[in-house]
Design a protein around this ligand. Sequence first.
Ligand code: AMP
Length: 120
Amino acid sequence: MSTDATADPECIFCKIVAGEIPADIVHQSPTTIAFRDLEPQAPTHVLVIPRSHYPDAAALAQGEPETAAHLFDAAREIAGAEGLGNGYRMVLNTGADAHQTVFHAHLHVLGGRSMGWPPG
Ligand code: AMP
C-alpha cells in the first residue's frame, strides 16, 4: 500500500492546496478541495482533488480509500450546486496515454452540455 502522501513542492495542485497560487475554489472539506479548470471543456468544468499528494486516482484509492470516496461525494455536491440535474461526466485520466498532464490525483466534473461517446 502506498503511504507517500507528502506534498510535492513542484506540484501545481499542491500549491493550490497550500494557497500559494490562486484558484477559483468552489468546494472545500477536510480531505478535498475543488476549483474551476483553467481551460474549461464544458460550461461547468471543476477539478476535485485530495489535499494529500498522490500521483493519480489509483494511488489515492490504494493509499486513502476514504478520501477517494470523498472525491465522488464532493462531485455530487458540486453537481447539485451547479444545477447539473440532467447529468454530468466524471473523468479520471490516469497515465500519459489517457492524457493525464498533472500528476496529482484529480476528478474532472463536467456538465452543462450534452456529451458524446466514445471520448476522444
Ligand atoms: P489532466 O489532463 O487530466 O491531467 O487534467 C489537468 C487539468 O488541470 C487540465 O484540464 C488543465 O486545464 C487543468 N489545470 C492545470 N493547471 C491548472 C490551474 N492552475 N488551475 C486550474 N486548472 C488547471
